[in-house]
Design a protein around this ligand. Sequence first.
Ligand code: HEM
Length: 330
Amino acid sequence: MRSKSTFLMFSLLTPSALCFSFPQTSDITASISNIFNRSGGTKCPAIWTTISLDLTKSFLANGQCTDLARAAIRYAFHDAGTFSLKLPFTAPAAGGADGSLLLNPTEISRPENNGLQDYNKFIGDKFTLYKPQGVGAADLIYFAGNHAVVTCPGGPSVKTVIGRTDSSTASPTGVMPPGFGPGSDHDSLLKLFVDKGFSAEDLAALVGAHSTSKNIAETAIPVGASQDSTPGVWDVKFYAETYNPPQGVVRFDSDIALSNKSTAVGKKFAGFVDGQGKWTGKFADAMYRLSVLGVPSGTAKNFVECTDALPKAVSVKRDIRGAAINARAV
Ligand code: HEM
């Protein structure tokens, strides 16, 4: 007599199995390795759609991006930005996109990370919640950063990948750009970014993230002051208003330095004034590269794309105030 399991196997194989061609051994090996690979093979794991819906609740309010959203964008930069080509490579990402800002408690206490403590707690709680489902700290940081960018009306959909290896080793110090004081001049800032693999145009595009910025912890300028007149949306007013700040807008010394039209970055900076489409394209490209900073290209090419798990981009011009929050979610 046949056992129950033999019967089950047999009934699964007939008759539908007759329609299938059996996979090659190499396909089977690839499928098995995908099951054990945190990045989940070629398909974005469903957990990222859950995370996306969850983040939208905190990143969007009244049709604008929130304080947590702007912090998410800055936090992603501060995790990856500690990479420098001038330093020796150490696995997994030489201090770049490795999640160490969240995983090594000494990093969040560094002066350059002042103002990010509330968000550190927020994203730390999300990591605790989703880690049991295979979510990595670094992946979560860049997914959240890119989610925040596209949640701000006008923000582009940045290519978003999953599969990074986390590190709890403290990143190098002395390679983050200051907004005020020594090192906030054009040449020093450009050098720091070139050492990270970025061009003058990349830097001009990346600092456009200050379109959504508010000062939290800098003592040189008023707390709560924004860097353009519309910090809840992703627009190019930051570029024009760095030249002519309206009342209430307060500029970082670094942004003033980078906007100087006689400099390499300033020429590109001026080119983004009134250039929403041009800027968002350049920003999205540089932000993707930031999100894999330090990760060897042979490794990054095996990451799984999860861009489709982000909310859909919304035009800066569209009035979405009346729309239900879930109308913008995935
Ligand atoms: C020359 C390079 C940069 C300098 C000197 C700089 C400096 C600063 C400073 C001083 C602040 C205020 C911090 C505080 O609240 O105390 C700030 C905020 C911010 N930065 Fe940058 N930044 C640079 C590049 C970037 C890049 C590349 C990004 C992202 C791609 C970014 C995103 C932000 C955001 C979104 C905020 C607002 C955070 C919030 O409101 O909570 N910055 N930046």
